[in-house]
Write a protein that binds this ligand. Structure first.
Ligand SMILES: Cc1cc2nc3c(=O)[nH]c(=O)nc-3n(C[C@H](O)[C@H](O)[C@H](O)COP(=O)(O)O)c2cc1C
Length: 433
């Protein structure tokens, strides 16, 4: 949308990841410890690979913060890749001189997989299209950046957004809703948010989680991988964020793009999502019950997932991301060689996770949070947190106040506000498209 943005940099086995955040107002208390909480949450989860034992992600705040508070200037965060120590030559920034090139070639000849150029492209990865597009003959040049290691930087950005939105009473959380076809039962979600967060799959339903773990074990023992679904829920969003007036101001569109941009997400749903298509309208649309305490508008259900007409409607935001099974299999799929163009029995194998639904959920939270921060700043602006908060509070008060009755040319207009269905409501319903 344009008031807040961030850009990440860094390769999976390079020296570090970086993220520059632009547009965060001044006066927000921010610390590396706070960001570390979300970074650690991204690293957990049953089914992850050996890399997570090496990394202990922590973002160093390099700019944009002074004496613990944001300055309104760009914030630069750096996250070291501990694994880089094992890749210094392979990922060297400077050109390889003859000695270094000979050293690498000798390592590759000795069977060191890190040192050898990657040419057997991996199905389900950016390898083939990326190499052809950028003109590479070593797929490492693609996979290093296409790797989801980059999502650590996104999560750091999301943690900053969380800190800001928290000051405005807005928060988002995610949980694992499905793994390998095993779904949570809403009635059996007995765990609190903290309990779920601490569980192996960040799952609120303990019985479903056990069966999900069994599916991951089954995949592992078959040299296979497994996907699932995460759900992000955001609370505290005022009614009317986003807009119906242009396609690119719709909050649902911005959120869908943000969540879909996560490497591995293959579908996004809000509320009932695709299930809506299987029901009659009467079993889908959320009846508006009216204004309740403190002027809050209440819906009888939240099948829309908190979004109607491209705007927040005052109900909790519910976004789900479909996570495909991890593409790199311990028992690699057949593929082809980039150089010869011929089929090969096995694609390249790079150390890999088996299932990442809980981690993808944390990345999903981050993408939702940064999108909400941007949308909030588009509407309320503010160079400082106080200014944004004041603007938001004024708006909240206006939304909670009674709406003045309409007048046509100064005279009160007749309105159908008594629950009655008028003739025009039905006879004139030719549709609005
Ligand atoms: C947190 C996280 C960890 C991931 N770990 C792996 C992994 O270990 N191995 C792998 O093949 N893909 C992994 N992926 C997914 C790939 O990065 C992704 O599938 C690939 O870049 C292709 O992009 P696409 O799935 O959007 O088409 C991970 C994704 C996320 C979000």
């Amino acid at each position: 949308m344009g008031s807040f943005r961030f850009l990440t940099a860094g390769e999976s086995h390079g020296r570090m990841l970086g993220v520059t955040l632009e547009g965060v107002p001044a006066g927000l208390a921010l610390s590396a410890d706070r960001i570390a909480v979300d970074l650690a949450r991204r690293q957990r989860g049953y089914g992850r690979g050996a890399r997570q034992a090496i990394e202990q992600d922590r973002a160093e705040i390099v700019s944009g913060v002074r004496h613990g508070k944001t300055l309104g200037s760009p914030i630069l965060l750096l996250i070291a890749n501990r694994d880089w120590e094992n890749w210094t030559r392979v990922m060297q920034v400077e050109p390889l001189d003859d000695d270094a090139a000979a050293e690498l070639a000798a390592l590759a000849d000795d069977g060191n997989k890190r040192a050898a150029p990657v040419t057997r492209v991996r199905p389900g990865h950016a390898d083939l299209a990326g190499a052809l597009k950028y003109g590479f003959n070593d797929v490492r040049n693609v996979l290093e950046r296409a790797s989801a290691r980059e999502t650590a930087a996104r999560v750091a950005a999301g943690a900053v957004a969380r800190a800001f939105l928290g000051e405005l009473g807005i928060d988002a959380w995610s949980f694992t809703a499905e793994v390998g076809g095993v779904a949570v039962d809403p009635e059996a979600c007995t765990r609190s948010r903290d309990e779920a967060d601490a569980s192996p799959l960040r799952c609120p339903d303990p019985a479903a989680e056990e069966r999900m773990i069994a599916r991951i074990d089954e995949a592992r023992s078959n040299g296979d991988t497994v996907g699932g679904v995460f759900e992000v829920v955001a609370h505290g969003l005022p009614i009317g964020i986003g807009s119906y007036v242009h396609w690119d101001r719709r909050l649902d569109g911005a959120l869908a793009a943000a969540v879909m941009s996560i490497n591995i997400v293959k579908g996004v749903e809000f509320g009932l999502g695709f299930e809506q298509t299987r029901r009659f309208g009467s079993a889908v649309h959320d009846v508006i019950e009216g204004r309740a305490e403190a002027g809050r508008w209440v819906h009888r259900s939240n099948n829309a997932g908190g979004l109607t007409g491209g705007m927040s409607n005052g109900e909790p935001l519910v976004v789900r991301g479909a996570v495909k099974p991890i593409s790199t299999l311990a028992r690699p799929l057949p593929s082809a060689d980039l150089i010869t163009g011929e089929a090969v029995e096995k694609a390249h194998y790079e150390r890999s996770d088996i299932s990442v639904v809980p981690a993808a959920g944390v990345v999903g939270e981050a993408m939702v949070l940064v999108t909400l921060l941007d949308a909030l700043l588009v509407k309320f602006g503010g160079d400082s947190l106080d200014e944004t908060r004041d603007n938001l509070e004024r708006y909240r008060a206006r939304i909670a106040a009674p709406v003045a009755p309409p007048r046509i040319g100064g005279a009160p207009a007749a309105t159908a506000t008594h629950g009655g269905v008028t003739g025009t409501d039905i006879a004139g319903s030719g549709g609005d498209d």
